[in-house]
Design a protein around this ligand. Structure first.
Ligand code: 13P
Length: 341
């Protein structure tokens, strides 16, 4: 078979497997700094061994593969394994969970802009992608960050971030890796849901323009956006029905039907809020003819509960695994519009 055809079919089947009905993605790709911010409130020292032990707890949770199709790893984590020496990649593969990898190098201040960022990490990316594929990764993630407030996001910030996302996505597909394209409009601030709608709409329009310009195959990617929500400090925050309506309206205007799936980030919403919103989106999706699978790629909304239960104590591992399994199960229900609070 033609190797180009094989590569494309590989991308399509990985994207389809990630977006399978009833499951979603676990984002466990916190950088060393970010996981430190998660460990601090639970009194866990940010050492390599603690990070390894924590990820072992998650990935060896019995049965989580019923609710999770893929896990996004961090560079350090994809090279680690369980205490008994099995690589995490193998632990996941044995459960039928697809290993993925975060490949961006983080958001840095954008030159000439005030309080806006551009995500870096394109230099040397082709070589890094080849290495990650050899290590067993089958999909990748790149996160762009947009801020709302004081005339932000500017067109400048949206353009450069969308351009970089598309450059990354094209390189990932060239390497046979499904790109998760993550333009996150932050919910920080006291803005109302209409401002989030406008910023998300403008961002997604530019992202899909750049993806087309740079020849990215839409069937071989996954979109990881924010939901359209009120700012976290807004006085009157919109409820799940409004969030669902605004989110689907925004995406129907901007996201082509060729994209197999949309996997939302939780973005700092509480566990319950993220679950209720995902559930409401899926309950409405059929009525409005949404053509994509609508699921989760949560970090915090899947991991806060197990982190609270664990607190770095080996004696708490089992309880933490139960908490993780419970969050995975209820979030997966919400991804089918079948969550019962
Ligand atoms: P949250 O669900 O905590 O927003 O994390 C998702 C993610 O991967 C952010 O890049």
């Amino acid at each position: 078979m033609d190797s180009e055809i094989e590569r494309m079919q590989g991308l399509w089947s990985t994207a389809e497997a990630l977006m399978v009905e009833g499951k979603g993605i676990l984002a466990a790709d916190e950088s060393t700094g970010t996981i430190g911010r998660r460990f601090e409130p639970i009194g866990v020292e940010n050492t390599e061994e603690n990070r390894r032990a924590y990820r072992e707890l998650l990935f060896t949770t019995e049965g989580f593969e019923s609710y999770v199709s893929g896990v996004i790893l961090f560079d350090e984590t994809i090279r680690q394994g369980t205490k008994d020496g099995t690589s995490f990649v193998e632990v996941l593969q044995r459960r039928g969970v697809i290993p993925g990898i975060k490949v961006d190098a983080g958001a840095e201040p954008l030159a000439g802009a005030s309080d806006e960022t551009v995500t870096e990490g394109l230099d040397g990316l082709r070589e890094r992608l080849a290495e990650y594929r050899d290590l067993g990764a089958r999909f990748t993630k790149w996160r762009a960050v947009l801020h709302i407030g004081d005339d932000r996001p500017t067109g400048y910030a949206v353009d450069v971030n969308a351009h970089a996302l598309a450059r990354y996505a094209a390189l990932a597909q060239e390497a046979g890796l499904v790109p998760i394209v993550e333009p996150e409009v932050l919910m920080d601030g006291d803005h109302d849901i209409d401002q989030c709608f406008d910023a998300t709409e403008a961002t997604l329009r530019e992202v899909f323009y750049q993806l087309a310009q740079q020849g990215v195959d839409l069937e071989g990617m996954v979109l990881k956006p924010n939901m359209v929500v009120s700012g976290s400090e807004a006085s009157d925050r919109a409820g799940p029905e409004t969030v669902a309506e605004m989110t689907l309206t925004c995406f129907l205007q901007t996201v082509p039907a060729a994209v197999p799936g949309i996997a939302f980030l939780s973005g700092g919403q509480s566990d319950e809020e993220a679950t209720l919103n995902l559930d409401a989106i899926n309950r409405l999706a059929g009525d409005v003819g949404a053509p994509w699978r609508l699921t989760f790629s949560f970090g915090r909304a899947l991991q806060s509960a197990p982190q609270q239960a664990w607190r770095g104590q080996p004696a708490n591992v089992e309880r933490a695994q139960q908490a993780f399994l419970e969050r995975a199960r209820t979030t997966a229900e919400a991804s089918s519009g079948a969550y019962q609070p």
